[in-house]
Write a protein that binds this ligand. Structure first.
Ligand code: ADP
Length: 244
């Protein structure tokens, strides 16, 4: 469905991701793990065609990027790490209804879908509130509900759990497991990585592809964990890896 061939992205003089080759098939649930600054957001923006490769090639369903932009705009949605940039409607209801109304659905169908997603994310009680009045975690769930309501073929979620409490993380994990959409979910939390998907892609601190495979094998490999920039600390009788 999506293929990167030796793609690098540069911002001015700074290389954010370097020589990444990656194929993502239909319906895959890919977790993108890396410490802050490793290039996760850059890679997601690239997959959403919000930025272009400085070198290398991005193919979408076999098409070159310039021929695929229209399809990408229709079929793929990115949830940004900062929900403020995604919320622009007067109420939570209108926010989640936005893409459905744009598709021309009848208001009764719009209502049914909006209420379904608000319930899935346990935010029905916020339905009439203006988004700016919500907490960071609530905003993130509203932004997620709007993205899910649009029923995209490809969901690109940038640190969706950043401001979430544990029950919300549990709901998100269930939603990802249930959806037929192809999902790429970024996180810098090692412990969440195996829960969010069944394929793990790890970026090194300097934006190179360090690992692509089953989450368990990466989590067992101390030298790879250290190479990825995770910290190794001892607490109680156990060693733990974590990001700063
Ligand atoms: P992550 O999402 O893993 O935190 P990013 O993709 O945001 O990583 O950033 C990767 C690198 O690119 C970082 O060094 C960051 O400072 C740099 N970077 C990101 N966005 C920009 C930008 N718009 N201009 C210049 N440098 C940027």
């Amino acid at each position: 469905m999506m293929e990167l061939k030796e793609v690098s992205v540069k911002y001015q003089d700074r290389i954010a991701i370097k020589d990444i080759s990656l194929k993502i098939g239909k319906g895959e649930k890919v977790v993108l793990l890396g410490i802050n600054g490793s290039g996760k957001t850059t890679l997601l923006k690239l997959l959403n065609a919000l930025i272009y490769p400085s070198s290398g090639e991005f193919l979408y369903k076999g098409k070159k990027l310039k021929d695929a932009i229209k399809d990408i705009r229709k079929e793929s949605i990115m949830l940004f790490q900062n929900p403020d940039v995604m919320l622009f409607n007067p109420t939570v209801y209108d926010e989640v209804a936005y893409s459905l109304r744009k598709k021309g659905l009848k208001e009764s169908e719009v209502k049914e879908k909006v209420m379904y997603w608000l319930k899935e994310l346990a935010i029905e009680d916020l339905v009439s509130l203006p988004p700016y009045k919500l907490s960071g975690g609530q905003k993130q769930r509203v932004a997620l509900a709007s993205v899910l309501a649009a029923e995209p073929q490809i969901l690109l979620l940038d640190e969706p759990t950043a401001h979430m409490d544990l029950p919300s993380v549990g709901r998100l994990i269930e939603i990802i497991q249930k959806t037929e959409a192809t999902c790429v979910i970024s996180t810098h939390h090692i412990s969440l990585a195996p829960e969010l998907g069944n394929r793990l892609v790890v970026l090194s601190p300097h934006g190179r592809l360090l690992y692509d495979g089953a989450p368990e094998n990466f989590l067992k490999d101390t030298s790879l964990l250290l190479e990825a920039g995770f910290m190794h600390t001892h607490s109680g009788s156990q060693w733990h890896f974590h990001s700063l």
